[in-house]
Design a protein around this ligand. Structure first.
Ligand code: FEO
Ligand code: CA
Ligand code: CA
Ligand code: CA
Length: 501
């Protein structure tokens, strides 16, 4: 039994053991309710919950931690949505891929028995998907790099995300290329950070100033001088960590008007050797290209080109290639910045690690930093391939793992069994020690941990259970095992049992 120094989240739980069972296993005295699963009807218009559930964000209604809107990302489709793709996908398969990706906004509540449910009569519930119309903002809007587009069709490959200071959601387009190609949509219209307002159906933006790459997430904070800072990972092997710093300052009284701050600012890439944030301006890229090839000089003529071909620009100015930066969280205690480097088999980093950045003067706006490896994956720590992160108010980092499904229970991944959820204190005597809180069903990944404001409920996505299935009559998982379910369905659960200390 581990006792963290906790007041609000009980923290007193018996860590569980790794498991191969087709179940979502929690410590004793905790329970979960499935609030929504793939293909469930979410509203009176008959729209359906999407697939590949990832990021979650909860927005209280009337300040309540028992009723609110849940915004969920839908990252991709699997065999369960579109069946086998034999060479080129059919039109029907492409249509389904565009429909089931994107986001859902649903209304959820805890009933008088303490069970969390979805309310399909909600006036807010809706889908955002590959057909929704988005407005571009920032340097690439209307530019040659995006063929002059000011609006674009749809969003997909929505992985992780973040909540803004003004109560909207940022959602990140990660592995967008396949869907864009199959749907014959222009590749440069995807790979951005989108912003939606769960309370306003008409508000759909793609902020190009934050760059175009395999966006994992956003983590937003404020610099000491009031400018808004957004940390972002580019989840690819040998890709970089970025931060955007707005030109203008945050003004709480403006509410959503602050979203303008995401249209003008400086994008920086991390140089981990020098401990510097390098500006990715057209001036810096042009200077770096003085000895470059004519083709490269032709490619980078404006800031629109820099944000659109962000990774190439980052390499030119001296950004450090890293081991697949996934989620990033800013510690609410000391402004240190935690980054999951999930793994990179190109360099033998098989189990990944969590990097912690110390900005100069604890100022998120600083241009210099130092860092440490806060925790390393492997047998000793008990976790492998860290991915999404969430903080609770006691300084515990909640970390989900993403061992790729084809590696489950094989080779050096054997001891970890199914993917899980771990709690790692960042302060106190158990600092850096990982304790397992949950084990996911077979061939799943746990994603999108998000606490209600009272920290009595943890929302969590169960992504791609049964992903290795190739025969509908023989699925590798049938989670969530609801009556009548013959296939596995990804979904979102509400975990409760946290006791006030
Ligand atoms: Fe979609 Fe990088 O995880
Ligand atoms: Ca994933
Ligand atoms: Ca991820
Ligand atoms: Ca991952």
């Amino acid at each position: 039994l581990f006792g963290f120094n906790t007041n609000r989240v009980s923290g007193y739980f018996d860590p569980i053991e790794p498991s191969k069972e087709d179940k979502l296993i929690l410590p004793k005295n905790f329970k979960y309710d499935v609030v929504a699963a793939y293909d469930d009807v979410i509203n009176e218009a008959g729209e359906k919950f999407g697939s590949g559930c990832d990021y979650n964000a909860f927005f209280p209604l009337q300040g309540s931690s028992s009723r609110g809107l849940l915004a969920t990302n839908h990252e991709y489709v699997t065999f369960f949505q579109i069946g086998n793709v034999d060479g080129k996908p059919t039109k029907e398969q492409v249509d389904k891929a565009l429909y089931y990706q994107g986001m859902s906004v649903i209304e959820v509540y805890r009933d008088s028995n303490g069970t969390w449910k979805m309310d399909p009569r909600s006036q807010y519930a809706r889908r955002i998907n590959g057909y929704s119309k988005f407005e571009l903002t920032g340097p690439a809007k209307g530019s040659k790099a995006v063929s002059g587009a000011t609006t674009v069709q749809g969003t997909f490959a929505n992985c992780s995300g973040g909540v803004t200071l003004w109560n909207t959601v940022l959602s990140c387009e990660e592995n967008f290329s396949d869907t864009a190609e199959e749907a014959k949509l222009p590749d440069t219209h995807y790979g951005w950070v989108i912003e939606i307002d769960p309370f306003d159906k008409g508000y759909l933006k793609k902020h190009t100033a934050l760059g175009r790459f395999n966006h994992e997430n956003t983590a937003m904070g404020v610099a000491k001088d009031g400018r808004v800072v957004v940390y972002m990972g580019d989840d690819k092997k040998d890709a970089c960590v970025y931060k955007f710093v707005s030109n203008g300052k945050y003004n709480a009284s403006l509410g959503r008007g602050n979203a303008k701050l995401l249209e003008e600012g400086t994008l920086y890439v991390a140089d981990l050797k020098k401990g510097k944030w390098l500006p990715m301006t057209i001036e810096a890229v042009t200077k770096a290209l003085e000895k470059g090839t004519p083709e490269m000089k032709e490619k980078f003529k404006s800031q629109a080109d820099v944000v659109t071909y962000c990774h190439e620009a980052a390499m030119l100015v001296g950004g450090t290639p890293t081991d697949r930066p996934e989620d990033i969280e800013i510690s609410p205690f000391d402004n240190t910045v935690f980054i999951c480097h999930t793994n990179n088999d190109k360099h033998g980093n098989i189990h990944g690690h969590i990097t912690r950045i110390f900005e100069n003067g604890d100022d998120l706006g600083a241009l210099e930093f130092d860092f440490e490896i806060f925790a390393a994956g492997g047998r000793q720590s008990g976790f492998s391939s860290p991915d999404n992160l969430a903080f609770d108010s006691n300084g515990n980092l909640w970390v989900v793992t993403d061992i790729s499904t084809s590696s489950h229970n094989t080779g050096v991944y054997k001891t970890f069994m199914n993917n899980g959820l771990f709690v790692i204190p960042t302060v106190g005597p158990n600092k850096g020690v990982a304790m397992q809180f949950a084990s996911g069903p077979v061939h799943s990944e746990l994603t999108g941990p998000f606490f209600t404001p009272d920290e009595q409920t943890l929302f969590l996505s169960i992504q791609h259970p049964g992903e290795m299935t190739t025969d509908l009559n023989n699925p590798t998982s049938t989670w969530p095992h609801r009556p009548g379910d013959k296939i596995a369905r990804c979904g979102v659960v509400a975990i409760s049992g946290f006791k006030l200390g």
